[in-house]
Design a protein around this ligand. Sequence first.
Ligand SMILES: [Fe+2]
Ligand SMILES: [Fe+2]
Length: 345
Amino acid sequence: MYTQAIDLPEPPGPLEAGSGPRSAQAAGAGSEAAEQERQQAFDAAIAADEKIEPQDWMPEAYRRTLVRQISQHAHSEVVGMLPEGNWITRAPSLRRKAILLAKVQDEGGHGLYLYSAAETLGVSRDEMIEALLSGKAKYSSIFNYPTLSWADMGCIGWLVDGAAIMNQIPLCRCSYGPYARAMIRICKEESFHQRQGYELMLALCRGTPAQKAMAQEALDRWWWPVVMMFGPSDAESVHSAQTMKWGIKRISNDDLRQKFVDATVPQAELLGLRIPDPDLKWNEERGHYDFGQIDWNELWRVINGDGPCNRERLETRRRAHENGAWVREAALAHARKRAARQRAA
Ligand SMILES: [Fe+2]
Ligand SMILES: [Fe+2]
């Protein structure tokens, strides 16, 4: 579903230790002149807006940044299945259940594409999963909020997937080929997610007064956490300048946030819902909506593990991983048998 520009400096861990083919190549670099030549070729490719592919040389810091960002993104997709999965058994109609099932399944697929994209950088899936389950790796703050009513399914599609699209469309032009190509496919599916959410909200807002009140109550809870999804303000973003230079990030956190607010306000008006921000108003001079102060303390609290559902989400993920152990073992045993049969033949 979503990547968040959390931009935290992280201590080097197994994911960042440079155990992959890329760094092995860098370690065996040979002469300084050869090293410089490789750096120049990389810089020229970035300047020409060409894609960097797994077999190309890349600076170690570029590789580490991508591993961190793509794995955080993959974790967000997978953990993002939990708040909505919570409502599959309670969907109010067969049609809504089928839509929600398809959407949650898409998010699982996004996680898998992204783990595969990260693996091309020389990090293993086991290492990434371990980092998630141990609490070391981050995922988007938004999935640490509870889903309390059916209208939350509408708000997540409309707003959370809507914010994801804002963030991910520029990532389709990311300098790293496998990430950019994964994003193109993912964005097409996110667009369906956003529309189904908005359509759900529209149905509630055209329904009974109680349904409309449920929609408003959900918007009241989701609005600020969604605005926070774009990450810390540009002034606080440690890695932003460098990731922009590398062509990984194309638009700053604050600019994306503004684009999102500008696009979403008219949608809320069409629904007849009130955005819970008394400072929200159109600024003729800027040609954008002004909006109120974000509670950054809340964002950091949630990112650092103390949001309403952080423990529950990780606990559920760990349990799912343990319950799936037999499937992984069976798949491995099957692959070994098949390989042995092929060798024998
Ligand atoms: Fe999505
Ligand atoms: Fe997704």
